[in-house]
Design a protein around this ligand. Structure first.
Ligand SMILES: Nc1ncnc2c1ncn2[C@@H]1O[C@H](COP(=O)(O)OP(=O)(O)OP(=O)(O)O)[C@@H](O)[C@H]1O
Length: 375
């Protein structure tokens, strides 16, 4: 079932939790609402569910206005982070619950309920746990049962609020793959709330990035990663090094940057004046030992010298923290603002270059993203 959210506004006292939020979700899509704590994800989910009402705006289900429809009429299934399964009921009874409490005329027969519960338990691959009680399950198993329970009443929409939030990293990773596969099988329109960017990018068909009650960007994982619409989206999706600069008469000035970014950025698109923010991901910085690069890069004036303060080699990756050694003519403020650089490179390359903590290296950048705010 498709969902449309139109110009939703929600105020809690003087605090604006949602500010003119509009979003279209196609039938069968898996959407992630991604953003930092307090940005309004849960409030939006609750308004879609009918658990909270908006001050202004509308919610449409399959093109029909559902703004004032009761939660029961919306046919939504929920899974929350701390979804309380009934402790005194077995797994089977928990999954069957939504069916057994239906009014008599809508309630399936005992045989049909049994058949449906086992089908769902097979779907979440836990049929062998049917007779256990929730206390005898792991956290991951409990969330899978919670999902089976939500699906039992055949919801048209599935709403998941940080469903794996309380689980450890390895289980979370397994469960999100499992959720993706399950969604491919069922195609129930699903909205998934998370503050974990990796989770959102891995699971969702499209990601909705939220900040301070507004939507910053909507796109496929690749679109938001490759073309972040704002500095916020860029910074929220991964680690970043950043510099401040300015555009004057269409020219970019970025004191202290390892390379003139006009080499990397289409200057034609720059406005004539504004404040510039230059963002570079750790893997977009290139590190070479000073001796090898001094003649070529240093002579061209591109790059900066830095000292390897810390090198953390974990598996195939080397994560480095570099301290920039500012040129004597640089103003102190510039040197301070850009003094720490985070670099990521292949551990193998780090070893090949014979690098160690304490070494002086030459840093250049391969790619940069420039955002210009009008002044
Ligand atoms: N019933 C309420 N009364 C007052 N303020 C509220 C209420 N519900 C939510 N808020 C506030 O609205 C803002 C948005 O809350 P919401 O739960 O939607 O954020 P979130 O993005 O889901 O955050 P988290 O990831 O921490 O759950 C928060 O600042 C919260 O304190």
């Amino acid at each position: 079932m498709s969902i449309e959210v139109r110009n939703i506004h929600k105020q809690f006292g003087a605090f604006t939790a949602l500010n003119d939020v509009s979003l279209s979700i196609e039938s069968g899509e898996l959407i992630a609402l991604l953003g930092p704590s307090g940005c309004g994800k849960t409030t939006l989910l609750r308004i879609i569910a009918g658990l909270e009402s908006a001050d202004r705006g509308a919610v449409l289900f399959a093109g029909q206005d559902a703004t004032h429809a009761h939660v029961r009429e919306r046919k939504v299934g929920f899974v929350f982070q701390h979804y309380a399964l009934f402790r005194h009921m077995t797994v089977f009874d928990n999954v069957a619950f939504g069916l057994t409490v239906k009014p008599r005329e809508q309630r399936p027969s005992r045989e049909e309920i049994r058949e449906r519960v086992y089908r769902l338990l097979k779907l979440v691959k836990l049929e062998w746990l049917a007779d256990r009680f929730p206390a005898q399950l792991s956290g991951g198993q409990r969330q899978r049962i919670a999902l089976a329970r939500a699906l039992a009443v055949e919801p048209q929409v599935l709403l998941l609020d940080e469903p794996f939030g309380a689980l450890d990293a390895k289980v979370r990773k397994e469960l999100r793959r499992w959720l993706r596969r399950l969604h491919e099988e069922l195609h129930v329109t699903s909205i998934f709330v998370t503050h974990d960017q990796e989770e959102a990018l891995e699971v969702a068909d499209r990601v909705v990035v939220m900040n301070k009650g507004r939507i910053e960007q909507v796109g496929t994982p690749q679109q938001v990663w490759d073309n972040p619409a704002s500095p916020f989206v860029y910074g929220f999706l991964g680690d970043v090094n950043h510099w401040q600069g300015s555009v004057r008469n269409g020219e970019l000035h970025t004191p202290g940057l390892p390379l003139d970014p006009t080499a990397l950025v289409p200057t034609a698109s720059l406005p004539s004046d504004g404040k510039a923010l230059v963002y570079v991901r750790p893997h977009e910085l290139e590190v070479t030992p000073v001796a090898a690069s001094e003649t070529a890069a240093a002579a061209s004036g591109q790059g900066v010298r830095a000292r390897i303060d810390r090198a953390m080699l974990i598996g195939p990756l080397a994560n480095l923290e570099l301290i920039v050694q500012s040129a004597p003519e640089e103003p102190a403020a510039v040197a301070e603002a850009s003094s720490l650089l985070e670099v990521q490179m292949a551990a193998e390359r780090f070893r090949e270059l014979g690098l160690r903590e304490g070494d002086t290296v030459w840093v250049t950048l391969r790619r940069a993203r420039v955002f210009v705010e009008g002044q």
